[in-house]
Design a protein around this ligand. Structure first.
Ligand code: PLP
Length: 287
């Protein structure tokens, strides 16, 4: 495959990054994953805006504009279409760059390392109850840091939580803060549905501002009469929910059927999910 590294489009086997890169030594960087289907990106602008925002918070400036990112990502799709097929996601990672020594302080005058590659993804999720990929999850205390709104490449906290769920036989984990409020999953945002009302935790330093979350909220508010709330959600509400969904760029809206040993709602994919995924499938390219 062809990857992008610091200005060049090169075969993946030729891409080289120094072990002195701060992305490797410190996880000092930001990443992004943008899905595309048949050459069309989902949420391209908000994905790039979130990345630019994260980079600004870390004072990393790769010097690329939205138009530059657009050209770069479109070229990766085009160059890898033959190998990956029509559905590809682009992974972007920008680190602070390569230093001559390992030193915590930001070095002066180093250039950011910019890496991006395209990889194949499954066909777009369908708004069809019988075809939905469903999830079983467990619950746990959120033990990550207090800057979860930054899409940092320092993912050890998330990796450990993901593994915690995986080791319990689940495919995700719902995390709760020390006050008992839901934050998110290891790699997903979470929605809870009760009596036809959709709720999701409000944005804060405790969770990633997911682009699927953003698109879904915008679409529901613009194209449906379903009540949507951004508010604190207790563990009790999670267990009393009619439906629970996980959202991410790769999953879109994924129904959860089991939390620990507890069956969610009727134990089947719900009607609100169907309505939401239908609207999402139609309008996800709007932004
Ligand atoms: N929360 C975390 C911790 C994530 O890593 C991700 C994405 O992988 C999400 C939420 C969902 O974000 P998005 O919808 O932008 O993919």
């Amino acid at each position: 495959s062809i990857v992008y590294l610091n200005g060049d489009f090169i075969p993946a086997a030729e891409a080289r990054i120094s072990p002195m890169d701060r992305g490797f030594l410190f996880g000092d960087g930001i990443y992004e994953v943008i899905p595309s289907y048949n050459g069309r990106f989902v949420g391209f602008k908000p994905h790039i805006a979130r990345m630019q925002d994260g980079l600004a918070q870390l004072s990393i400036d790769p010097g690329l504009s939205l138009a530059d990112w657009q050209a770069l990502c479109q070229r990766l799709l085009a160059d890898n279409n033959g190998e990956n097929g029509a559905n590809q996601a682009v992974y972007i990672q920008v680190s602070r760059g390569t230093d001559t020594k390992r030193n915590h302080a930001f070095p002066a005058n180093i250039k950011a390392t910019v890496f991006a590659y395209a990889f194949p993804i499954a066909a777009e999720p369908l708004a069809d109850k019988s075809k939905a990929t469903t999830y079983n999850v467990v619950t746990g205390q959120d033990l990550r840091w207090q800057r979860c709104h930054i899409k940092s490449t320092s993912l050890l906290g998330n990796v450990l939580h993901y593994q915690q769920g995986y080791a319990s036989g689940a495919q995700e984990i719902l995390l709760f803060d020390k006050d008992g409020n839901l934050t998110e999953g290891a790699a997903v945002n979470v929605f809870v549905i009760k009596d036809g009302v959709i709720a999701t935790p409000p944005l804060s330093n405790k969770l990633l501002p997911g682009i699927t979350r953003l698109l879904l909220l915008n679409i529901l508010r613009k194209h449906s009469n379903i009540v949507v709330e951004e508010r604190d959600i207790s563990e009790q509400e999670v267990f009393a929910a009619d439906e629970i969904w996980l959202t991410s760029s790769s999953k879109e809206i994924a129904p959860v059927l089991k939390v620990n040993e507890h069956t969610v709602g009727t134990g089947e994919v719900g009607d609100v999910w169907l309505a939401a995924q239908q609207l999402f499938s139609v309008h996800k390219y709007d932004e």
